[in-house]
Design a binder for this molecule. Structure first.
Ligand SMILES: *[C@@H]1O[C@H](CO)[C@@H](O)[C@H](O)[C@H]1NC(C)=O
Length: 210
C-alpha cells in the first residue's frame, strides 16, 4: 500500500508551505506600518526599529555590545506593571505635546535597582522620530543615554522578575570571574516580543560597563 506514505508526504509539504506563507505574512506586518522598517537587521528585533550596536565580544554566558547614544521615553514604576507600560504606550499613541504617533519599537527596557526592584521602564525612540515631542503625562520623561558598553545575557521564553534576577546572578558571576568593571547597583532588562509571540522569544539582562 503506497497510499499512506504518499498522503503523509503530501500533508507534510502542504504544512510546510502553509508555515512558509504564514511566516511571509508575519514578515510583512512591520513594513505595513506597524513597525516602520528597521535600521539594523537583527533577527530578535522582529523587523522593528531597535538601537544600533556593535558586537565586540562573545563569551559562553554573555556578549559585549557597544551601543550608540540613544533616546528613550521612560516612566517610573506605578502600582502595576501594565499601567506603567500603558503610560508609555499612550505616549507613542499621541499623548504628547504634538499629538504625534510614533511606531512601536523594541526593546522595552527596565532598570532594576538593587533592593528596589524595577524602578523605571522605557521605550526606544529611534533617530527618525527627530526631537521627541514632550510627554503630556507629568510622570513620563524623555531620557538620553550616552554611548555605552553593555554585558548582555540572552534567554528565551517569557521573562518575569524571578527569571531576570536569576539571569542577572548568572551574568554577575561570569563578569566577576572575568574581572570586568561594571555598574553594580542596577541592571537593565530588555524584552523584544509581544505577549502574543509564543515561540522563539528573546529576552536580555544587561549590566553596563564602568
Ligand atoms: C537606574 O536606576 C538607578 C536608581 O534609580 C539610577 O541610579 C541609575 O542611574 C539608572 N540607570 C540608568 C542608566 O538610567
Amino acid at each position: 500500500m503506497q497510499i499512506i506514505p504518499t498522503l503523509t508526504v503530501l500533508f507534510l509539504s502542504v504544512a510546510v508551505t502553509q508555515a512558509g506563507i504564514v511566516n511571509r505574512i508575519l514578515q510583512y506586518i512591520p513594513s505595513l506600518g506597524l513597525g516602520g522598517g528597521n535600521e539594523q537587521e537583527v533577527s530578535f528585533c522582529n523587523g522593528y526599529d531597535c538601537p544600533k550596536f556593535e558586537k565586540l565580544e562573545k563569551h559562553d554566558v554573555y556578549e559585549v555590545r557597544k551601543y550608540v547614544p540613544t533616546t528613550w521615553v521612560v516612566t517610573t514604576k506605578s502600582d502595576s506593571g501594565s499601567s506603567t507600560f500603558m503610560k508609555l504606550f499612550y505616549y507613542i499613541q499621541g499623548s504628547n505635546a504634538e499629538s504625534k504617533k510614533i511606531a512601536m519599537t523594541v526593546p522595552v527596557i527596565g532598570n532594576v535597582t538593587h533592593g528596589e526592584g524595577r524602578t523605571t521602564m522605557g521605550f526606544y525612540l529611534p533617530p527618525k522620530v527627530g526631537v521627541p515631542p514632550a510627554p503630556t503625562d507629568a510622570t513620563v520623561f524623555i531620557r538620553r543615554l550616552p554611548e555605552l558598553t553593555a554585558y548582555v545575557i540572552e534567554f528565551g521564553g517569557y521573562a518575569n522578575a524571578e527569571k531576570n534576577e536569576a539571569k542577572a546572578n548568572e551574568l554577575r558571576t561570569a563578569l566577576n570571574e572575568a574581572n570586568v568593571q561594571y555598574e553594580k547597583d542596577y541592571y537593565f532588562t530588555a524584552g523584544y516580543d509581544s505577549p502574543m509571540k509564543f515561540w522563539n522569544r528573546h529576552n536580555e539582562v544587561w549590566f553596563i560597563a564602568k
